[in-house]
Design a protein around this ligand. Structure first.
Ligand code: ADP
Ligand code: GLC
Length: 481
C-alpha cells in the first residue's frame, strides 16, 4: 500500500508543535506496518536546505500567482515531495506567521496551493507515481481532500486527520472564486461556513474517513462544547470518524541514549536521573536539592493549554515547597506572567520564554512531574514523553490526556497500576487539589518509585497506532473496490 501524506510541517525540518512530530514519525512506523509513505510539504527554506537528491518531477505554470516545481527527494530519512513555490513559501521563520507574529495575509492561497499540488500528484499527474491513500493532516492539508473530491478520474481514498479543531483555515468568501472549484463546493455541504471559506470544513465534508488523534477527542468533537462550530457536520458523519492515539518517536525520546540530557538512565537503572534534576535546577536558577518536588512545563502558551490556572495558583504551590521549570512561548500576557512569577519566587520558579528543543529534553529528564492542565487537548505529546522519561504527568482529564495517563485514584494505587494524576474540571481549584495529592504521593517514596516504573513501562511508541492507521487504510481500500 502506498500513502501520500500531506502536511505543512514535519520534524525535524519544520516544527511548531505536535503536528510535526506526528508527521515526522508516522512514516517510519507505517512502513513497518506495510504502508509506504511519501509526504508532500511546502518548500519552506528549511525544507529546501535539508533536501538531498532532489529532482524536479513536475512543473506547475501557475500555482496561485506564480510558477511552482514539485521536487522529489529525501531528508532525515523521510521520502518527500516538496512544493517549491517561492511566491508562497520562501519566507523564513514560522511557517504561518510573519515577523509581526500575525498570520501571513495570503495563508488561504498558500495552503490551497499545497492542497492543489498534492491533489494533482494523487490524481496521477506524475507518471509512475501512484498512491492508494491520501492522508491529509489538519486544515493546511485539507484542500487536497477537497480538490480530489471534485476530480473526475480515478482517485485514491482520502483520510483527513484532525490534530486540532480550533484551527480551521477560515477566510473571507471572496477567496472562493480563486480556488478553481465548482460553485457547488461553496455550499452548506462543502466549504462554506457563514459566508466564509472554511478549509477544514471542506475536508471534513468530503474525506472518505476522518480521524482525530485520540479516541476521547473523537467523542468530544461531536459535542457542542468541543465541536468548535463543526460538531453538527461531525455528527452527521459520525460513522466515518474515529480516534487513533498518537505515539512518540521513541528513538528521539529515549532517556537511555538521549544526547540532549545531562545523564542517561533507564527504567531498571534510574539512579542517574537525579543528575538531570540537579542540571535542570542549575540551568533554571532553582535551589538545588533532591528534596524539592520539581514540576516541569513545556508548552505553547495559549488558553488551550490552561497554564493561566498555574499562574493563578503558583504562589500557594511554591509556598507548599514545589519548584517549577517552565519552558514556553505564545501569548505575551502569559509570557509576562511567568517572567513575573520567576522574579517573585527566585529559586523556586524558573522560566525560559522561547522554543528550545534541548531544554525540553532536559526538563523531561530532570523534572519529577510534568504538568499539562489543558482545557482541551486533542492528544498531547508532552505527557507521552513524560511517561517515557519517568516524569509523573499531572493532566486534566480531556482528550488524549484522559486516554494516556492512568490516574492514581485509590483503586489504581491499590492495584499498583497508576502512571500519573488526572483532574477535572479544568479549574484552578481542581488543579490545586491535584497538586496537593501529588505532594502526598511524592512524600511516599516507595509508591512514587512504583508509579515512576509504571510510567516508564507504558507503551507510548507508534507501533500499535501505526497498525491501526494501516488497518483503517486497508478497510477504506476494501470499501472502494
Ligand atoms: P501542541 O501541538 O498542541 O503544541 P503537543 O503536546 O502535541 O502540543 O506537542 C507539543 C510538542 O512541542 C511537544 O513535543 C513539546 O515538547 C514541544 N514544545 C512545545 N513548546 C515547546 C518549547 N517552548 N520548546 C521546545 N519544545 C516545545
Ligand atoms: C495538535 C494538538 C495536540 C496534538 C498534536 C499532534 O497540535 O493540539 O494535542 O498532540 O496536534 O497530533
Amino acid at each position: 500500500m502506498r500513502v501520500l501524506a500531506v502536511a505543512s510541517e514535519i520534524f525535524p525540518l519544520v516544527k511548531t508543535g505536535g503536528l510535526a512530530e506526528v508527521t515526522g514519525a508516522l512514516p517510519l512506523a507505517l512502513g513497518s506496518a506495510g504502508a509506504e509513505t511519501t509526504t508532500v510539504v511546502p518548500g519552506f527554506p528549511a525544507v529546501l536546505d535539508a533536501l538531498s537528491n532532489a529532482t524536479a518531477v513536475h512543473r506547475f505554470a501557475d500555482l496561485f500567482g506564480g510558477p511552482a516545481t514539485m521536487l522529489r527527494g529525501s531528508a532525515a530519512g523521510l521520502d518527500l515531495l516538496v512544493v517549491e513555490a517561492p511566491h508562497l513559501y520562501a519566507r523564513d521563520g514560522n511557517p504561518y506567521l510573519g515577523p509581526d507574529r500575525q498570520e501571513w495575509p495570503d495563508n488561504g492561497v498558500r495552503f490551497a496551493g499545497l492542497g492543489a499540488a498534492a491533489a494533482a500528484v494523487a490524481a496521477g499527474i506524475i507518471p509512475n507515481l501512484e498512491y492508494d491513500i491520501v492522508h491529509a493532516h489538519d486544515w493546511q492539508a485539507a484542500m487536497a481532500v477537497v480538490y480530489l473530491h471534485f476530480h473526475s478520474g480515478r482517485r485514491p481514498g482520502t483520510v483527513l486527520t484532525v490534530h486540532n479543531l480550533a484551527f480551521q483555515g477560515r477566510y473571507r468568501g471572496g477567496l472562493f472564486p480563486r480556488l478553481g472549484l465548482p460553485q457547488s463546493a461553496f455550499s452548506l455541504d462543502g466549504l462554506e461556513y457563514h459566508g466564509d471559506v472554511n478549509m477544514l470544513k471542506g475536508g471534513l465534508a468530503y474525506a472518505d474517513r476522518i480521524t482525530t488523534v485520540s479516541p476521547t477527542y473523537a467523542r468530544e468533537i461531536t459535542g457542542i462544547d468541543n465541536g468548535m462550530g463543526l460538531d453538527g457536520l461531525l455528527r452527521s458523519r459520525a460513522d466515518r470518524v474515529s480516534g487513533i492515539l498518537n505515539g512518540i518517536d521513541d528513538t528521539v525520546w529515549n532517556p537511555a541514549n538521549d544526547t540532549l540530557i545531562a545523564a542517561n538512565y533507564t527504567r531498571d537503572k534510574p539512579a542517574r536521573r537525579a543528575i538531570n534534576k540537579i542540571a535542570l535546577q542549575q540551568r533554571m536558577g532553582l535551589d538545588q536539592g533532591a528534596e524539592h518536588l520539581l514540576v516541569g512545563v513545556i508548552s505553547r502558551l495559549t488558553s488551550q493549554k490552561g497554564l493561566d490556572m498555574l499562574v493563578d495558583q503558583i504562589d500557594t504551590l511554591v509556598a507548599d515547597g514545589m519548584q517549577f521549570a517552565v519552558l514556553g512561548s505564545g501569548d505575551p500576557v502569559l509570557e509576562r506572567a511567568f517572567v513575573a512569577a520567576r522574579e517573585g519566587h527566585p529559586g523556586s520558579v524558573g522560566c525560559t520564554i522561547g522554543y528550545d528543543e534541548a531544554l525540553a529534553h532536559l526538563i523531561q529528564a530532570g523534572a519529577d512531574a510534568m504538568l499539562v492542565p489543558s482545557r482541551f487537548e486533542p492528544c498531547g505529546l508532552t505527557q507521552l514523553s513524560a511517561l517515557r522519561y519517568g516524569a509523573i504527568p499531572v493532566v486534566s482529564r480531556v482528550g488524549g490526556l484522559a486516554d494516556s495517563v492512568i490516574d492514581a485514584n485509590p483503586a489504581a494505587l491499590a492495584a499498583g497500576v497508576s502512571t500519573g494524576l488526572q483532574f477535572w474540571p479544568a479549574t484552578p481549584q481542581a488543579l490545586q487539589h491535584a497538586m496537593q495529592t501529588l505532594l502526598v504521593l511524592w512524600r511516599d517514596k516507595a509508591n512514587w518509585r512504583r508509579m515512576q516504573r509504571n510510567a516508564m513501562a507504558a507503551d507510548v511508541s507508534w507501533r500499535a497506532s501505526a497498525r491501526r492507521y494501516a488497518a483503517l487504510f486497508q478497510s477504506l481500500l476494501g470499501d472502494r473496490r
